[in-house]
Design a protein around this ligand. Structure first.
Ligand code: E4P
Length: 217
């Protein structure tokens, strides 16, 4: 399973990248706005910087919702760097646009996916990635991991090439459960990635080893 970081914060992207286990980045308009990025030039510069930090796919989301606007914006985003993946919302014009990008060799990430039916449509249109938002599903008292399992099962049964990118990760257990479910990619906040490191027995064991090591010096 590949690890993407789900943020537009450059310090966090650098920290995750320095771990050596980062495969890519996803952003969305909320994450970009949180970093105070305003205006087309600033957006372009920010994506370029992210692409310079991480050598892997970087999802950049379109703001438009009509086919024409999505295509226009997607072309501009894709021209920023070879690693840009155009992130397109799961709407009717979005599906049409994903098919257009597929036919024109531009990678896509179909976002805001909450059902297996939507994931089938995204795959039919040739999306490179499909992003089911499992945390938001859990927030509404449904089981997000079940959806990941269902989509993975359908894609395997049908031979779809679209990669399942588990998104809206809330904690380290989500990452473990996505790995069990067979997700191709998990896009996570830095806190969830670092959360994977934690175990009290590791801390206690290390304390003891360090204390014993001192007696040997
Ligand atoms: C997906 O790529 C989105 O950026 C993201 O995972 C949404 O997560 P949230 O539900 O924490 O906003």
């Amino acid at each position: 399973m590949k690890f993407f970081i789900d943020t537009a914060n450059l310090a966090q992207i650098r920290e995750a990248n320095d771990l050596g286990i980062l495969d890519g980045v996803t952003t969305n308009p909320s994450l970009m706005a949180k970093e105070g990025i305003k205006g087309k030039d600033a957006v372009t510069a920010h994506y370029r910087t992210i692409c310079e930090i991480v050598d892997g796919p970087v999802s950049a989301e379109v703001f438009g919702t009509s086919f024409e606007d999505i295509i226009e914006e997607g072309k501009v985003l894709a021209a920023i760097h070879k690693n840009i993946v155009v992130k397109v919302p799961m709407i009717k014009d979005g599906i049409k646009a994903i098919k257009w990008f597929t036919d024109n060799g531009i990678p896509t990430n179909c976002t805001l996916v909450f059902s297996a039916g939507q994931a089938i449509l995204a795959a039919k249109a040739g999306a490179t990635y499909v992003s089911p938002f499992l945390g938001r599903i859990d927030d509404s008292c449904w089981d997000g991991v079940e959806l990941i399992e269902q989509i993975v099962g359908i894609y395997n049964a049908q031979g779809f090439m679209t990669e399942v990118l588990a998104a809206s990760i809330r904690n380290p257990l989500h990452i473990v459960r996505c790995a069990e479910a067979g997700a191709d990619v998990c896009t996570c906040p830095l806190s969830s990635i670092l959360g994977l490191l934690k175990h009290p027995l590791t801390d206690l064991g290390l304390q003891q080893f360090l204390a014993d090591a001192k007696t040997m010096q």
